[in-house]
Write a protein that binds this ligand. Structure first.
Ligand code: ATP
Ligand code: MG
Length: 201
């Protein structure tokens, strides 16, 4: 029986905040691997301009390819329509019937979990690991308890990771302003952004 971490995100672009959180969760929860799942068409970012799924997928591959326990899945980007975590977790549950699934989110993401499509079933499909993130307090997690109920709430594991105040939006902002993004994301990703002229306007 394997322990599998699943980290969803827009990854526009992936950065050291994502990677370090995944690394610490991998060790802390003795996971066998972490699968990064770039969102195809995230409903919560409809109306925002995001890079093509292929760019985001390739950057995620570049960032994780030298880690023996990190993988990238195309499930969401190859599925038509909006990307719902529910469909993704159902798919992984089917692929890995006997394994433990852990869905990894940051503090900001977990706080809106009661708005996610079919969240009750989500908690039947996987445990949630909510990692700390600078600027988002885990204290407010208590407010979730009455909203989602004790049973779901008990499947959330709060986990403190090294605080890296890095966000994809900040990286995009810096690129737009022609500021350096070195040491915020792997060098391979930085070069990919540069070569493809991402986030320039
Ligand atoms: P954006 O600014 O575009 O929203 P982001 O940096 O929040 O980008 P996402 O792709 O939205 O990145 O995040 C994917 C997941 O990673 C979310 O669960 C988010 O909470 C988590 N995450 C992102 N950055 C960090 C960080 N610096 N530390 C901990 N968790 C993070
Ligand atoms: Mg985000």
């Amino acid at each position: 029986m394997a322990n599998i971490g699943i980290m969803g995100g827009t990854f526009d672009p992936i950065h050291f905040g994502h990677l370090r959180a995944a690394e610490e969760v991998l060790q802390g929860f003795q996971l066998d691997r972490v699968i990064f799942v770039p969102a195809g068409n995230p409903p919560h970012k409809a109306g925002e301009r995001i890079s093509s799924a292929e760019h985001r997928y390739l950057m995620t591959v570049l960032a994780t390819m030298d880690h023996p326990n990190f993988e990238v899945s195309r499930v969401e980007i190859d599925r038509p329509g909006f990307s719902y975590t529910l469909d993704t977790l159902r798919e992984f549950r089917k692929r890995f019937p006997g394994d433990n699934l852990y869905f990894i989110t940051g503090a900001d993401a977990i706080l809106s979990v009661h708005y996610w499509n079919g969240y009750r079933e989500l908690f039947e499909l996987a445990d949630f690991i909510a990692v700390t993130r600078p600027g988002y307090s885990m204290e407010s997690l208590d407010c979730l308890r009455p909203l989602i109920g004790e049973q779901c709430y008990s499947r959330i594991h709060v986990f403190t990771v090294t605080s890296l105040a890095i966000s994809s939006s900040d990286i995009r902002d810096r690129v737009r302003k022609s500021l350096s993004i070195r040491y915020l994301t792997p060098e391979t990703v930085r070069r990919y952004i540069e070569r493809n002229g991402l986030y320039k306007d």
